[in-house]
Design a protein. Structure first.
Length: 55
């Protein structure tokens, strides 16, 4: 079984908590694919709002 890097889990959790103001249990209850989808959607939205500049 392959494990997910802890550093990436912290990064994704922090990103979602910051943008959605979700509690840690809510974020940790998400399936990996769901969590990544939300991270991508937030990044896409932020890029669009910032005039195409990713950051």
């Amino acid at each position: 079984m392959r494990t997910y890097p802890v550093e990436l889990l912290y990064r994704e959790t922090s990103y979602l908590a910051y943008h959605f103001h979700w509690a840690l249990p809510e974020i940790h209850d998400l399936e990996h694919r769901q969590r990544l989808r939300y991270v991508r959607e937030i990044a896409h939205f932020n890029t669009a709002v910032n005039g195409g500049v990713h950051g």
